[in-house]
Design a binder for this molecule. Structure first.
Ligand code: ADP
Ligand code: MG
Length: 250
């Protein structure tokens, strides 16, 4: 198994946001999580990436129990994520955003930073090289010196992808990557996700854009009120009566 959850549950006070979810992410594939607003999708991501501790249940990555590991430790294992609202610095360039984002995840200590040790200089150089590589990969070469605040919505999303990719992840979690982008830009982002998979990066995304998901995903899980109500190929999900009922509110 690649990444797997077992009986994963998260309660916030009296509310069960994620209820007993067993899910297994397929390596080298595009895995999607769909469901109505408030279904627990982002919370489920937070549990898998160490931003929340589950109330009960387990998360395994390549056989290792990573339940409740802090997010920085999980990131170091090769698990990266983006957030529903992009956390980019609008007043900095694309290149600086990616370099800084990457540096926050590297090993320099405060001592290194204060005394500007050779190790720090070496790391800075490496971060810069890596940033340029992922910027190229994400199709941002021509805007790398532009301020993020001046980018199109699609370019901002690509920058968020580049940030996640800078850590050389084996898997990326993308929370609503195509929210707020137009259909043409959505197509561009879908192509970038396919390119990630072609480069051996497993993708797991949350998305509301059904047309995109049905075309893009290899596997879909549907959450509703915190519970997994269906799992399968796009074809299976499209024809699943429980899913249709949940979406049409029947
Ligand atoms: P989705 O991403 O599917 O829209 P969320 O995972 O964001 O849903 O939220 C699931 C439920 O958990 C919602 O009812 C939401 O209000 C609640 N919730 C999410 N995060 C918190 C939190 N930190 N504290 C309390 N309740 C939360
Ligand atoms: Mg959400």
């Amino acid at each position: 198994m690649f990444l797997e959850t077992r009986n994963l549950t998260k309660r916030f006070g009296g509310l069960t946001a994620v209820n007993n979810v067993d899910f297994s992410i397929e390596q080298g594939k595009i895995n999607a999580i769909i469901g109505p607003n408030g279904a627990g999708k982002s919370t489920f991501f937070n549990l898998m990436s160490g931003f929340h501790s589950p109330s009960s249940g387990k998360v395994f990555f390549k056989g290792q129990d990573i339940t409740s590991l802090p997010s920085n430790k999980i990131a170091k294992l090769g698990i990266a994520r983006t957030f529903q609202t992009t956390n980019l610095f609008e007043q900095s360039t694309v290149l600086d955003n990616v370099i800084v984002g990457h540096r926050l995840r590297t090993k320099s200590t405060l001592i290194d930073a204060i005394f500007r040790t050779p190790r720090l200089k070496h790391e800075e150089e490496q971060c810069r090289e890596k940033a340029m590589e992922v910027i190229e990969f994400a199709g941002l070469k021509k805007v790398e010196d532009k301020l993020v605040g001046s980018l199109t919505q699609e370019e901002k999303k690509r920058t968020a992808f580049a940030l996640a990719l800078a850590t050389d992840p084996e898997i990326v979690f993308l929370d609503e990557p195509a929210a707020g982008v137009n259909p043409e830009e959505t197509e561009g982002l879908a192509e970038l996700m396919e390119k990630m998979v072609q480069n051996s990066i497993t993708v797991c995304l949350i998305e509301h854009k059904m047309r995109m998901i049905m075309k893009l995903a290899d596997k879909i899980m549907v959450l509703n009120y915190g519970e997994k109500i269906a799992e399968g190929t796009p074809e299976e999900i499209r024809n699943n009566p429980t899913v249709i009922k949940a979406y049409l509110g029947g």
